[in-house]
Design a protein around this ligand. Structure first.
Ligand SMILES: [Zn+2]
Length: 258
C-alpha cells in the first residue's frame, strides 16, 4: 500500500470499516511511514473527540425529554399542586447541562452538516499536506470528466474556468460521508480550491457560506448533487467560482448515470 491508498481509506480505517486484510496493510504502511503514521494518529484523536462531543450533546436532550415527561405525569396526577417538587432542582440541573452542551456544541458542532463540514475541511487540508491533490492532472474537462467514469455512479459536471481566473488543475477521488465522491481542484492565484461533489436527494438550494478553521466553505445543491467548495482563498473569490459553476450547464447536461 502506498501513501495515496492509505489516504483514500483512512476514514474507513478510523471508523473500523475496512476488511481485515486491507486494515492490516493500511496499519502496516502507517507504522512505517513518517507522513502517514502521524496523520493516522491525528485522525484517530480527532474522531474520538468528535465521538465524545456527540455523547455530551445527546445526553442532555434525553434527560430533558425524561424530565418533561415526568413533569407532565405529575401535573396530570395533581393539577392543583405546583407540579413535581423536584422540578426546580431538575430545571437548574438542566440549565447547567444545557449550557455545557451548548458550549460543547459550539466548539465541536456535532450535527451531521457540521460533521460533513469538518470532513470537507480535513480532506482539503490532507490533499494539500500530502502533495496528492489530483489523481488526474489536467486542465481539460474532456480528460477529467471521463476519468470519473466507472469510478463513480454519477457524472460530476467538470469545466475549466482558466479564462475567468480559476484554472482547473484536475480531479481526485475522495471518500466523504461514507462514499466515494468526486473532488475537482481549481486554483486562484496561489490558492488551491477543492470542490467536492456528492449525489444528493435534496432539493436545489442557494450557496450557504461557512468558515471552519479559517477556511471558507460554500455549500449548495443543484440537479441532484451537493457541492462543497473549500479554500483559504478570500470568500469573495470563492463566491466568484461558485457563481461560474452555478451559471453553467442546463440540467440535462449533468448526465446522471444512475
Ligand atoms: Zn505513507
Amino acid at each position: 500500500m502506498e501513501c495515496k491508498d492509505l489516504h483514500r481509506v483512512i476514514n474507513r480505517l478510523v471508523d473500523g470499516e475496512l476488511p481485515p486484510a486491507t486494515k492490516s496493510e493500511a496499519e502496516a504502511h502507517a507504522a512505517g511511514c513518517a507522513d502517514c503514521g502521524p496523520l493516522l494518529a491525528a485522525e484517530r484523536q480527532w474522531r474520538q473527540a468528535v465521538r465524545r462531543a456527540g455523547t455530551y450533546y445527546t445526553a442532555p436532550e434525553l434527560v430533558r425529554r425524561r424530565i418533561e415527561a415526568m413533569a407532565r405525569k405529575q401535573s396530570a396526577a395533581a393539577p392543583a399542586r405546583s407540579a413535581w417538587p423536584g422540578w426546580r432542582i431538575a430545571a437548574s440541573l438542566l440549565v447547567t447541562m444545557g449550557l455545557s452542551s451548548a458550549i460543547t456544541a459550539y466548539v465541536t458542532t456535532p450535527s451531521s452538516t457540521s460533521l460533513m463540514e469538518q470532513e470537507v475541511v480535513a480532506s482539503h487540508v490532507r490533499s494539500l499536506q500530502m502533495d496528492h491533490i489530483t489523481d488526474v492532472t489536467s486542465s481539460n474537462e474532456h480528460t477529467v470528466k471521463p476519468w470519473f467514469h466507472g469510478k463513480l455512479d454519477y457524472a460530476p459536471p467538470v469545466e475549466d474556468y482558466a479564462a475567468q481566473g480559476f484554472p482547473l488543475l484536475g480531479g481526485r477521488l475522495e471518500y466523504l460521508d461514507h462514499e466515494n465522491v468526486a473532488a475537482l481542484v481549481y486554483r486562484h492565484a496561489q490558492h488551491p480550491i477543492n470542490v467536492f461533489i456528492l449525489p444528493s436527494d435534496a432539493a436545489d438550494s442557494a450557496p450557504k457560506a461557512m468558515v471552519d478553521h479559517g477556511y471558507n466553505i460554500l455549500r449548495w445543491t443543484k440537479g441532484g448533487m451537493t457541492f462543497w467548495a473549500v479554500s483559504d482563498v478570500d470568500a469573495a473569490n470563492l463566491d466568484d467560482l461558485v457563481k461560474l459553476m452555478r451559471e453553467r450547464k442546463p440540467e440535462s447536461e449533468h448526465e446522471p448515470v444512475k
